[in-house]
Design a protein around this ligand. Structure first.
Ligand code: FAQ
Length: 329
């Protein structure tokens, strides 16, 4: 046991706790156990702070990079109403990034440092945004299924232990529910449309199936951080449980529209109540999240361009004696 806590010395080492005061740690753990929210000024173990920064920062990056695949379709949206809805959705995603960067900043990492880490490739963001949105059907699949997957994850995590992150997630989930309606409407429209529209949707679905399975992270057996995150109630369900919840909710909706998923082994095991599927190629997952996906370079290039082009605006907004820390400078 480490101090008066429930962790062993070995676990404490893994959790970066050794520099933490055991008495304070015990009080902290008891608060987590009671379901209290931890707030920015409260004492927290270094490992908790670091894990939260890592996770919230990656989430924030995912929102702003996540606006890019759909963003390329704004000028090509089929019709004015769909264009308006897509503009509003993309704008919301950027707003989510802002909320999440603010939540991460409460833990002591500046926004400039986070953006530097995104632009240099040091920090990860969600795998799904490193694939192209080739047709309008991709916009339907992203809005319905990527947003659907994000809601499964965020609703669960919004009950977590860190106040600023949970409050940001509450607001994000509220807005995501509109995105889901927009995505569902596009999805059903194409699924019940002309043979060409159905074919285009099925083709997009086939391409997104594996990235969607990857979205919830590696299996519980290989997940690196789950144990620590769940111990501190930052994450309230494991990667496999979240993936299972997603399949539970969305596979029937896809099948009821007469569409298929490209995996002959995908089925729910009635005994375990869990979905089984073919190996989704975890090598591809690691390649994509480590910078080797089809669009990683393009996504970061666009972000670097936006950073560069917006610099004069940020500088103009600074007070005369303030200086803006230039990312990558
Ligand atoms: N993509 O040990 P674990 C959205 C990394 S928001 C990339 O299992 P953990 C809204 C992981 O970071 C989407 N990397 O990790 C939207 C770690 O690497 P590290 C984002 C991934 O943290 C919709 C390594 O693999 N949502 O879509 C992924 O316990 C439409 C080992 O993994 C969030 O970020 C991945 N999918 O569990 C926007 C939610 N999975 O850091 C626009 C918050 C894992 O050691 C349009 N995050 N990795 O270098 C989480 O819930 C968790 O961080 C997980 C991963 C579940 C993503």
């Amino acid at each position: 046991m480490y101090g008066n806590t429930s962790v062993t010395a070995e676990e404490a080492k893994n959790l970066n706790m050794l520099q933490d005061d055991p008495e304070k740690l015990a009080i902290f753990e008891a608060r987590i156990e009671r379901g209290e929210k931890i707030e920015p000024g409260d004492w927290m173990p270094e490992g908790y702070r670091k894990q939260l920064i890592r996770m919230i920062e990656q989430h924030a990056h995912s929102e702003i990079v996540g606006a890019l695949p759909e963003g390329t379709w704004i000028t090509r949206s089929p019709g004015f109403k769909r264009k308006l809805a897509l503009i509003a959705k993309v704008q919301d995603e950027i707003g989510h990034g802002q909320l999440l960067y603010s939540a991460a900043e409460t833990l002591g990492k500046t926004r400039e440092e986070m953006l530097n880490d995104l632009l240099s490739g040091k920090s990860k963001y969600s795998n799904v945004f490193n694939y192209p949105a080739k047709t309008w059907a991709d916009v339907a699949v992203i809005g319905f299924l990527v947003d659907g997957a994000a809601i499964v994850n965020q609703l669960i995590n919004s009950k977590g232990s860190y106040g600023p992150y949970c409050r940001a997630l509450d607001r994000i989930c509220f807005e995501e529910s509109f995105h889901l309606k927009q995505g569902h409407d596009n999805f059903v429209y194409l699924a019940t449309g002309t043979p060409q529209q159905r074919e285009m949707l099925q083709e997009a679905l086939n391409r997104w199936y594996r990235p969607l399975l990857h979205f919830f992270g590696p299996s519980d057996k290989t997940s690196v951080h789950s144990e620590k995150l769940m111990k501190w109630k930052i994450k309230l369900a494991s990667n496999d449980d979240m993936r299972n919840q997603f399949l539970d909710q969305y596979v029937p909706k896809i099948y009821e529209l007469g569409l298929t998923l490209p995996d002959e082994n995908l089925k729910k095991n009635p005994e375990t109540n869990k979905w089984e599927f073919s190996d989704p190629d975890w090598d591809e997952f690691y390649r994509v999240v480590n910078g080797g996906g089809p669009c990683n370079e393009e996504r970061l290039e666009v972000r670097r361009y936006a950073e560069e082009q917006g610099r004069w605006v940020r500088q103009a907004l600074m007070k005369p004696n303030e200086s803006y820390v230039t990312p990558l400078a």
